[in-house]
Design a binder for this molecule. Sequence first.
Ligand code: NAG
Ligand code: NAG
Ligand code: NAG
Length: 365
Amino acid sequence: MVRGSPLFLVLLGVGFFFGTYNLLTTIIHNKSLGKLAADGSDRTLEQNSIDPVIQMPRKVRIAENPKLPFHVALTATDAPYSKWQCRIMYYWYKKVKDLPGSEMGGFTRVLHSGKPDNLMDEIPTFVVDPLPAGLDRGYIVLNRPWAFVQWLEKATIEEEYILMAEPDHIFVNPLPNLANGGYPAAFPFFYIKPAENENNIRKFYPEEKGPVTNIDPIGNSPVIIKKTLLEKIAPTWMNVSLRMKDDPETDKTFGWVLEMYAYAVASALHGVQHILRKDFMLQPPWDLDVGQKFIIHYTYGCDYSLKGELTYGKIGEWRFDKRSYLRGPPPRNLSLPPKGVPESVVTLVKMVNEATANIPEWDTE
Ligand SMILES: *[C@@H]1O[C@H](CO)[C@@H](O)[C@H](O)[C@H]1NC(C)=O
Ligand SMILES: *[C@@H]1O[C@H](CO)[C@@H](O)[C@H](O)[C@H]1NC(C)=O
Ligand SMILES: *[C@@H]1O[C@H](CO)[C@@H](O)[C@H](O)[C@H]1NC(C)=O
């Protein structure tokens, strides 16, 4: 028997304590993450919960944690339609990046057109190749996974985490790192329904991997994820998207959201589950208030009568729809919506106007 020195025994005791403590907090954490994913009420949970081991509110511990910056990666093309959205996106990134609460790090437009364009000096850009001709079959977003594969392989990225973003995102509040170690954060889309598409999903997610409910109702964006995880998922995501596109039934069923399903399946294949954050973004005109949400996603047209009534699907007397500007940027100083239109839509138009007013040579694009 070795007789330990008193110091050694003390260290051993302390080590044991911390070991137990870490294990306990991991288990507790695992549990609360399970709850988060289930009902999306993470914010309340996080703020109200008391760490049972050290009896300190979680938010205090979070506040004391060092920042975990994430890199903002925006996949884009050199089409005029993509460019004007990227310029607005980057303008708002710069405005909110250094506000309190932000953990936003560097920014890269990952340009998958294979050649530089005229925004190289305005927006930090990394040029990658498009898919070989014909492979995307007109479904241009199939280029996204391939763009990420190339960028992750070739670029030097300082941050440990990455936000996958899209041109029609506007940062409306400073964005913290919503991911938690091995758990990336994602926005749950109501129209991604793995359980209702079991037949198609099973072709890519074999039974031995588990139930299809393992697949999160998400796409690749917005997602904040550890770089090391994305490095594993991106090649699988590319492979699954191409195979889904190759399967006529899956292609027909998933249509324009095929590449979203492909990301959801690819991450599940790697055993990665996402924290689902409904407050990650808001989508006018359906979400009425900005509140504490982080990103405005302006993918839906906003059509209203002059009385402020939503006329979705019918061209409104007042409208803002990004698709009205397929060939070039919207003019500066768009008219504000009539009275009665929700705050989310008003904020969106004001933010577009502020960006276009301040971006030099806006109309030349
Ligand atoms: C936490 O959850 C992960 C994934 O569900 C699991 O692999 C891990 O063993 C769990 N950790 C603990 C300490 O329960
Ligand atoms: C995807 O991966 C499978 C198995 O790893 C491989 O056989 C197949 O060729 C890949 N498909 C594509 C389109 O890359
Ligand atoms: C923007 O347009 C409004 C009318 O819609 C006008 O009153 C205002 O002066 C314009 N502002 C700028 C900066 O051009």
